[in-house]
Design a protein around this ligand. Structure first.
Ligand SMILES: C[S@@+](CC[C@H](N)C(=O)[O-])C[C@H]1O[C@@H](n2cnc3c(N)ncnc32)[C@H](O)[C@@H]1O
Length: 297
């Protein structure tokens, strides 16, 4: 696969009629390195045109991941992404490593990962909107993070291999999860590792829920496995070790409706009479966080 041709092709996505006005608004804001604080809220000390910053941020809605504070503008994203980042924080050290974040969205986790001083940080996400949000934040951070408008399906053809690959919240969106895990495997250097999370269901069996048309009102969810089934997928994809790091249930303080998204959020996705179930009657969203090792250490 020729990634260079694909990159040229995808660069044209930025001229789509829903994206072009966002790019124009972004270009009007001066590039200016600001002081940043990499904390739960990524704080950017912007010292100029507050109004243009606010207006551009609003144009770039919906903000799913964050939060960010740029000057006086507080982007209170739908997800408190700091919660997932903080949960995973004890399990990795990225110093001098080549790191990829697959499904990186607007790059919230990658900006946080700068604190470790990795050798390289590459985000993969085929969304021109999220790439534009990333470019907006990076106007002020001016990091060396590379954002590729590519998907997990391109990872095996990528010019570099990685020491650590994060793949958070993507597996359940893929109709062939074992194929996706193989793609992650092929993206790793010899001693590499993957940090992954996905929805799971309780149970001792080696089985997966296959939602009819949606899960928690999300249409493109294909499989929700038990932890044992997930382990089998990972071993079949070639990983030599599978380690469960944590499990968690999504609570209303982690995902909620704010003025920075349109439409609905978690409270509308659960059964109003029984919050342990989705509106479709499936078990409510719970996540398992795992580390996959390519070769035994
Ligand atoms: C549920 S969000 C997860 C975002 C973030 N990783 C997290 O855990 O908070 C899924 C992300 O995957 C991205 N995505 C969609 N198709 C993809 C693909 N083929 N390869 C990689 N990422 C993809 C979406 O644009 C979106 O940003």
């Amino acid at each position: 696969m020729n990634l260079e041709t694909l990159r040229i092709e995808r660069k044209k996505w930025m001229t789509w009629k829903n994206i072009a006005p966002l790019r124009e608004s972004l270009e009007k804001i001066e590039n200016c390195k600001a002081d940043i604080v990499l904390d739960n809220t990524i704080k950017i000390d912007a010292v100029f045109d507050e109004e243009a910053i606010y207006k551009t941020a609003k144009l770039l809605m919906p903000w799913r991941k964050g939060p960010f504070q740029i000057g006086k503008t507080f982007i209170d994203s739908e997800w408190q992404s700091n919660m997932k980042y903080n949960l995973l924080r004890p399990y990795f050290d990225l110093k001098d490593k080549k790191v990829a974040d697959i499904g990186c969205n607007n790059g919230y986790y990658m900006f946080r990962m700068l604190e470790d001083k990795p050798k390289a940080l590459v985000g993969f996400d085929p969304s021109p909107l999220y790439k534009t949000q990333f470019d907006f934040i990076n106007k002020f951070v001016q990091s060396e993070i590379k954002y590729e408008l590519l998907g997990v399906e391109h990872l095996e053809f990528y010019e570099e291999k990685f020491d650590t690959i994060f793949c958070l919240g993507v597996l359940y969106h893929r109709s062939d999860p074992v194929a996706m895990l193989k793609q992650l495997y092929k993206g790793l250097d010899k001693k590499g590792e993957v940090i992954l999370d996905t929805f799971y269901i309780e149970g001792e069996g080696e089985m997966a829920l296959c939602p009819e048309s949606s899960y928690s009102k999300i249409p493109n969810i294909y499989y929700v496995p038990t932890v044992k089934a997930l382990k089998n997928w990972c071993l079949r994809a070639g990983f030599s070790e599978f380690e469960v790091l944590q499990t968690s249930v999504t609570e209303a303080n982690e995902q909620r409706k704010t003025e920075w998204i349109e439409g609905q959020s978690l409270e509308d996705f659960l059964d109003p009479n029984d919050s342990t179930k989705t509106v479709e009657g499936y078990p409510a969203p719970a996540r398992v966080y795992v580390r996959l090792t390519k070769d035994k250490k």
